[in-house]
Design a protein around this ligand. Sequence first.
Ligand code: C5P
Length: 400
Amino acid sequence: MNQSQRLLLIISGGIAAYKCLELIRRLQDHGVSTRVILTKSGSEFVTPLSISALSGEKVYQDLFDLTDEQEMGHIRLSREADLVLVAPATADILAKMAAGLANDLATTALLATDKPVMVAPAMNPMMWQHPATQANMETLKSRGIAVIGPEAGDMACGEQGSGRLVEPADLVQAVLSRLQQAQTLAGKKVLVTAGPTIEPIDPVRYISNHSSGKQGYAIATALAAAGADVTLVSGPTKLAPPQGVNFVSVQTADEMLSASKAALPVDIAVFAAAVADYKVSNAASQKIKKKDGKTPKLEFEANPDILATIASKKESRPDLVIGFAAETENLLENAQSKLIKKGCDWVLANDVAEETGTFGGDASEVHLVRSDGSESWRHQCKQATAHQLAAAIAEELKGR
Ligand code: C5P
């Protein structure tokens, strides 16, 4: 890690603010220096004294502190960092960011910065699930802001659910990956598939699956943040298209294949979509009517395998083809055989047994399987997995 890398850490008000002290310390071990803006509510939870003792720097708090403005104006403060992280990010500061408010030093710096911004939300689960917070998150993500967590678990308020700040070790990983990646994939073209496909039964009904698209969208976002020219081909999801990617919306597996072929040639292809294996071959052109005593019979035919089709291309095969394996048993064995059967270079293997909460959830534990072995990544949020994948891809291409 480059010694001169700097993080601007904005600590807003939440009980999890204490975890940021550990974060500052651990980042120092990796040669990253942290400069802190502490919001008024943040200062109710951690003191400027403990922060500056660890960061070795003055802590910035007040927008209208004349000495600060002379020494270090808010514009300079926001520009002199390589990366900005808001942790813990309260519902309040996320709402202010989404609305573009700038009524204190933290929000002014966030509006003025020209650097990548990450947020690590932490709040009560009901506040996190509230449609207002969720709408704000979609707005922020669509502007290219990376979101780390939150995690599910016991809350300081005694409730349970999603809303915990991710652990300092995960924050360190996310910050390091983001800093390392800076533009490491500039000039590379990438195809990412994501989400489910839907296969019509008639004009109003279809067969699909529960894929949320979260992992694929996070990967597209992380690769674009690393400077790649990303085309995201997505089936229907509830997510906003990430900013800065070429977004192609499709419905069926056939459409996903055509759109993926149209995106070629690319250097890297990541197939994160949960493509329906079968389509209805006798789909009706008119809505099927209910008939007494008769049940309709659906017939199926296999869908094209998009990954296998593109991996087996003689011309215009991407240099690096990455597939996913979602398994409920014999994870690594099944992933190895998928690697060979589908002709891909890497497989990201996911345990999707119900108790893991991976499918549709915010976190996962993946194993990167290559022909010569595998490595297991920590249980972490999908955005952190995406950043780790982007870093692994950049490393691989450097070595080729
Ligand atoms: O065979 P299975 O569905 O388990 O393989 C998963 C991998 O293959 C994923 O990367 C998925 O995106 C890809 N796939 C595909 N086209 C299909 C089925 C799966 O690209 N028709």
